[in-house]
Design a protein around this ligand. Sequence first.
Ligand code: ATP
Ligand code: MG
Length: 462
Amino acid sequence: MRSPPPRSALGSAAILDPRPGAPALRLSRAFLPTLKETPAEAQIVSHRLMLRAGLIRQTAAGIYAWLPAGLRVLNNVARIVREEQDRAGAQEILMPTIQPAELWQRSGRYDDYGKEMLRIRDRHEREMLFGPTNEEMVTDIFGQFAKSYRDLPRNLYHIQWKFRDEVRPRFGVMRGREFLMKDAYSFDLTQQGAQHSYRQMFVAYLRTFARMGLKAIPMQADTGPIGGNLSHEFIILAETGESQVFLHRALLAFDALRDTPDTDADLSHITDFWTQHYAATDEKHDEAAWNAIPEEDRVSARGIEVGHIFYFGTKYSAAMGMTVAGPDGTPVHPEMGSYGIGVSRLVGAIIEASHDEAGIIWPESVAPFRVGLLNLKVGDATTDSLCADLYERLRANGVEVLYDDREERAGVKFADADLIGLPWQVIVGPKGAAGGMVELKRRKGGERHELDRDSVLERLIG
Ligand code: ATP
Ligand code: MG
């Protein structure tokens, strides 16, 4: 995700003398259109803040353009997802958005999918569609290669735009029509192998969401139209969530990041903890089991689904005619699972979980920039030179900086900085700067410290 800083942001000197460094941006030259007013169409806080902070713009119902700061967050979320998929042994591929209808006719889902599928005809009148998911395509692609049990197990994933013509697109990127999803597909020889793959993804998901500062709770789920017999939804708790959820308090205290398990025993140790405590969405809620939990341990809350994993056996391998030769030579349909994460929905979900009255509070791992540098008196020789120096030194040391060098009142800069929600603010005013001092403010919690230039750099670098 790291790219060289845009040349326009550095001025002509940098073009003559390009230096490596973290991405940085001067607000005076940025495309970061913040809004003071609350947009009327936005019903939930994440949608309001994404519009107000200049992260996205709607181009049609449920379809959004990602502006520079929003795209940086989306890419950070995708990077964490990718790192954890890779760590769990999945391999990244990239399948196209447009699929031939013929694949879906083979699985029988072409008619079943109904109006949520966007159907397209090309110039030769061939039926195509914008993919809502990829079970058929990945089975077709991998099936052409895998001939023997030795080609298994494999887990293939991609991060790609999906289109689902949702009845009620709403809440911004939370329920869009075009949205970015990570979808992984596992192929195993045996049911036992498929369960291992399922557990690997289960634990990878816990790590993925924890790295974004989210507490995602796996809940036993309906398998819905994908079918099959084992499925969990990963749900983060938030007041504006679309699902009602019920869970045992013990699940809120579990730290998934402690280890990186790989053996089946280690994986089971973690998945068992989650599956042994009660957690269900209202669709699966069981009053009797719920009432058996001591009252003080019952938590009922609203939740947002950020991921969904399925084990569905040979449903697609059989339908698509995929077989491999087993150890004794007889043809076997591989056991499969699929594993989705709502990458674009996560951007909204993170904001739902982390904001205040003034704006967004980005976790460091996904923030569009780590530091906001506020020059409170542009044109003042002392603040200008102190800011220029901090800006260059932070960049050169790999710290991503958004520099507010606009000719605006201090109040406007404070409000925008809080709205955009970068984890750290370095505030440079004329009085402090004269004595070589700046203020460092942490967005989360709001504590402030007066520091000299070297101490502020020391705090932010390394
Ligand atoms: P939902 O019940 O929210 O419609 P789903 O069960 O249809 O979700 P999956 O097919 O399992 O979703 O897709 C995997 C993930 O993609 C979901 O967990 C969710 O995070 C995300 N997702 C699904 N539909 C949308 C959408 N319309 N907009 C944004 N993200 C979505
Ligand atoms: Mg859906």
